[in-house]
Design a protein around this ligand. Structure first.
Ligand code: NAP
Length: 296
């Protein structure tokens, strides 16, 4: 549907430039014949309150929220879903007759992505790399699915904070970084990350390491190839580039792999269904997103 459509969905972001969400959602509106248009809206932090008020207008179905507003919007919504409360961030807002409902569909999107890949999480040993915003949604999804979790992050304190915040949902083993290990520790102590990685049946990269952005060399991996397990699955939520070094090395060793595009599409599909009460055609969303990525 065109920009003259009667109903609106916004992406609140700053900057708003490179998002795949407008093409994905507009393609999905079009095939379902829904008279709505999705557009990215560059909102400065100081303009967030006014932007949130505009979402209450009758023609607005809702919004997505991304960097840097995912936490900042929380005081402006009238209700928060359980997932948004646990994760501590809102990525989806539904305008229900002027009331703003804050949701987080990243966790459900990630669960669907793993299902699509045929990965069974319950009872598996999972190593999560990273402890930022995306890690919180993924840890929530994995604990709910019954995984046994280990967490490694460059800044160890953030991993401990995350583990503490989610302790009500399940235990997380935090792996310390070399800097935290005392000089007089036995030589093999830092083998912890290697040992855990070797025994993991699923490794998830939630860090931005390997992402192509701002001219930074993306050919780096958050985990040395020699630490990869003999069997299992590696999931990287980065999707630019489509195959990160981590995924390439995992595939070379015969492991199953998935990049971040399915998570992106399925979190979008979950949001779409909340705004329109209709499930979108996710193949259409994949094709629209891939069309942009392949042209880059
Ligand atoms: P964030 O909150 O800024 O967290 C960044 C994470 O990456 C932190 O754990 C950080 O470690 C780590 N990190 C950054 N640079 C590093 C480096 N040089 N070495 C080691 N660790 C490093 O970001 P986020 O929102 O969680 O997003 C993380 C990534 O996920 C991004 O690439 C984003 O595009 C992607 N993402 C994908 C989807 C999807 O749908 N596929 C959804 C959300 C996010 P420290 O704590 O030590 O700084």
């Amino acid at each position: 549907m065109s920009a003259t459509a009667t109903r609106r969905v916004y992406l609140l972001a700053h900057p708003a430039g490179h998002s795949l969400s407008p093409v994905m959602h507009n393609a999905a509106f079009e095939v379902l014949g829904i008279d709505a248009h999705y557009e990215a809206w560059d909102v400065l932090p100081q303009d967030l309150a006014a932007a949130m008020n505009r979402l209450r207008a009758a023609e607005v179905l809702g919004a997505n929220v991304t960097i840097p507003h995912k936490q900042a919007v929380m005081p402006y919504v009238d209700e928060l879903s359980e997932a948004a409360q646990h994760i501590g961030a809102v990525n989806t807002i539904v305008n229900h007759q002027g009331l703003l409902l804050g949701h987080n569909t990243d966790a459900a999107g990630y669960t669907r992505a793993l299902e699509q890949a045929g990965v069974q999480v319950s009872g598996q040993n999972v190593l999560v790399l990273g402890a930022g915003g995306a890690a919180r949604a993924i840890v929530f999804a994995l604990l709910q699915a019954g995984a046994s979790l280990a967490l490694y992050n460059r800044t160890t304190q953030k991993a401990h904070d995350l583990a503490e915040a989610f302790a009500v949902l399940g235990d997380i083993t935090v792996i310390d970084t070399p800097d935290d290990i005392p000089d007089d520790a036995p030589d093999n102590l830092y083998d912890d990350l290697y040992k855990v990685a070797k025994q993991a049946s699923l490794i998830v990269n939630t860090t931005s390491v390997g992402m192509a952005h701002g001219g930074i060399d993306p050919d780096v991996s958050p985990l040395p190839a020699e630490a990869l397990p003999e069997a299992g699955f590696v999931s990287d939520i980065v999707y630019r580039p489509a195959q990160t070094r981590l995924l390439r090395e995992a595939a070379q060793q015969g492991l199953g792999t998935q990049n971040g595009l399915p998570m992106l599409v399925y979190q979008g599909a979950e949001s779409f269904a909340m705004w329109t009460l209709e499930p979108p055609d996710t193949n259409v969303m994949f094709n629209a997103a891939n069309g942009v990525l392949e042209a880059e």
